[in-house]
Design a binder for this molecule. Structure first.
Ligand SMILES: [Zn+2]
Length: 250
């Protein structure tokens, strides 16, 4: 399977997906479906993989909007007439779109991708690693959706494949940030360093931002646990493949 989906968004008929590492042409550390250009894979392989992913996901690469991700909380708004190439140079970690048939996406390899849809044509994608989570990229994306007319009670959010709490051991400074933000997201197994649950932290932030409990899918697979299916920065280091999470506005 090239992509996994969220049952929550699939039920609504939202075209979206989270790419896996399966079904592509890249080799070695990028094997096989690497769709990211930043870590040195053969550009021809990446281009071929992106075409395969778009075909499997039912979207057009010409309509795909991504940003230069910087582990922050800035949200970019896709407006009609803006070329994808221009948006790609904008520094942002979330994109919101209301332009029909446009696609917004984020790249990850352990960080939490979150795709949003209100079922009325408004969509968003956010990249929430631990820094972005602490800075509030998830609630910032909700506010941006509301600013373009979405009703909080209609917004659905689905977390994509990313690192689980069991795999995400952190230092005390990072744990302290999360103690302040969402105490339920910090685990302290006996005799170990603290662990942070990024899924729980983002779930709490989305609830606080006004999303309904049943409108949040916070049970994705773990990228680090599942080496066959996913790339993982924590497991394998840099110069690996990246996943793309995407959602299509209609
Ligand atoms: Zn794991």
């Amino acid at each position: 399977m090239l992509v996994t989906t969220s049952p929550l968004l699939a039920r609504l008929g939202i075209r979206h997906g989270f790419s896996t590492r399966r079904g592509g042409v890249s080799t070695e550390r990028y094997a096989t479906l690497n769709v990211g250009a930043k870590w040195g894979d053969d550009p021809a392989h990446v281009a071929h993989n992106r075409k395969r992913l778009a075909a499997a996901g039912g979207f057009s690469l010409e309509r795909l909007f991504t940003a230069r991700q910087v582990h922050g909380a800035r949200v970019a708004l896709v407006v009609d007439g803006v070329l994808p190439e221009r948006v790609a140079t904008v520094e942002a970690d979330a994109l919101v779109s209301v332009v029909p048939e446009s696609v917004v996406g984020v790249y990850t390899a352990d960080c939490v991708p979150i795709v949003f849809a209100d079922g009325e044509g408004r969509v968003a994608a956010a990249h929430a690693g631990w820094r972005g989570t602490v800075q509030g990229v998830a609630p910032a994306t909700v506010e941006a959706l509301v600013s373009v007319g979405a009703r909080r009670e209609s917004i659905r959010a689905a977390l994509g494949p990313s690192i689980c709490a069991h795999c995400f051991e952190v230092g005390e400074e990072v744990a302290a940030e999360f103690e302040r933000l969402a105490p339920s997201a910090v685990l302290r197994p006996a005799g170990q360093k603290p662990h942070v649950d990024l899924w729980e932290a983002n779930r709490r932030l989305l609830l606080d931002a006004g999303l309904a409990l049943g409108n949040i899918d916070a049970s994705p697979p773990c990228t680090m646990c599942e080496a066959e299916r996913f790339f993982s920065f924590r497991r394998d280091g840099a110069k690996i493949g990246q996943h793309l999470s995407f959602v299509v506005a209609r």
